[in-house]
Write a protein that binds this ligand. Structure first.
Ligand code: TXA
Ligand code: MG
Length: 363
């Protein structure tokens, strides 16, 4: 499908956004059924998953899915993951289950894994951006699973942020980006993993990781054998991205993100260098591993977590970027983890959020 424009423009739509506070493990059935009713009526409901918050709509209704693109200001060439609550739902959506699917499903459904599979015609083209394949995920969160079950339809859901911004790991992040643009949100507190699911294309041989995420490459390989990571596509969306989430700039706060090697000494030197290049009244934000940078004049520190504990750092990554942005810093400096385990996903998100340090001198 050829995109007719890169963005659907957002008009001045203002609606009341209903907030249901729910227990993450035992959500109130009344809240779930009200939210499910909104989904069935073609509305938009944000909900927690174990990775990040998603913005859900009935995946089988073209008009409902269209609203996701409008609320997020998301380009229509970027396809959306379809969320299911049990494997029987897959029959409705997918044509043929490739080798390896059931082994993966046994381990990671539910879990932070999205699998690309050949789609059936029942999936509207708007969900897959016209691609013949659909992305399927069963989230491992009681609220998400109950919502899908109660809606009795598969739920199409991207991350519940405005397009290009850091993904939301709390209901406050969602409301900051989307209040007045969505019908409701199930607020079950912060999400556990903090970076999005791993997206793996199972129609290819060997399977190809299009986006590193909550399940590491090493773990996938223990189930599937050889798995390759797609080469980063650096230029031109028109050239056809294997997965639009591979765009060079994404997950970005509104201030420049500057990356350093993952070593304390190099990180501290970079902070000093950047400090010397900005005006004395400016604040610089640092995403600092425990015991690395200290709060001082002109330096705002977000206590990120213990270096080497990649799950801890993943959980607080987007929270840190959004928090530092709110402190009105002129730049954010962060060290890059090595590409192992969840470190690969953090590296990927930080690289996409970053920009050259010359940018801050131009602003
Ligand atoms: O953890 C997650 O995956 C979260 C939660 C809400 O489930 N969702 C999420 O969705 O991160 P989103 O739309 O922000 O990112 C989904 C990624 C995008 O990079 C999209 O391009 C890719 O998956 N994707 C979706 N459908 C695809 C398809 N049919 N073929 C290739 N890539 C696809
Ligand atoms: Mg997203």
């Amino acid at each position: 499908m050829k995109p007719f424009c890169s963005k659907i423009c957002f008009g001045e739509v203002k609606m009341e956004t209903k907030v249901w506070k729910v227990d993450p493990n035992l959500p109130d059935p009344k809240a779930i059924s009200e939210a499910a009713e909104m989904i069935r009526k073609g509305g938009l409901v944000a909900f927690p998953t174990e990775t990040v918050y998603g913005l859900g709509a009935n995946a089988l209704e073209e008009n409902a899915v269209k609203k996701i693109f409008i609320a997020k200001e998301r380009p229509i060439w970027d396809p959306i993951i379809v969320h299911i609550c049990d494997l029987t739902m897959i029959e409705l959506l997918v044509f043929k289950l490739p080798k390896g699917f059931y082994e993966l499903a046994k381990r990671f459904m539910p879990g932070p894994l999205t699998v690309i599979l050949p789609k059936k015609p029942s999936v509207p083209d708007i969900v897959t951006a016209g691609l013949p394949k659909v992305a399927i995920r069963m989230p491992n969160h009681p609220v998400a699973l109950e919502l899908i079950k109660s809606s009795a339809v598969p739920i199409a859901a991207p991350s519940a942020n405005r397009f290009g911004r850091p993904s939301p790991t709390t209901a406050e992040h969602v409301l900051h980006d989307l209040v007045g643009r969505i019908d409701g949100i199930l607020d079950a507190g912060p999400t556990q993993i903090g970076v999005e699911s791993t997206v793996v294309d199972l129609t290819e041989n060997p399977p190809r990781i299009l986006r590193p995420g909550g399940v590491s490459k090493e773990t996938l390989e223990r189930v599937l054998g050889e798995v390759v990571v797609a080469a980063k596509v650096q230029q031109g969306f028109e050239l056809g991205l294997p997965s639009p989430g591979m765009m060079p700039r994404h997950y970005a706060p509104s201030v420049p993100v500057i990356l350093t090697e993952g070593e304390k000494a190099k990180f501290l030197v970079e902070i000093e260098q950047i400090k010397s290049r900005v005006s004395p009244s400016s604040q610089i934000g640092v995403l600092s591993p425990e015991g690395w940078a200290k709060e001082s004049n002109g330096i705002v520190v977000f206590k990120w977590g213990r270096w080497g504990k990649w799950d801890e750092l993943a959980q607080k990554l987007f929270e840190g970027l959004r928090w530092l942005e709110r402190q009105k810093v002129v730049a954010i400096i962060a060290p890059l983890p090595p590409p192992v385990g969840l470190g690969l996903a953090i590296r990927d998100r930080l690289t996409k959020a970053s920009s050259s340090d010359d940018e801050i001198l131009d602003k």
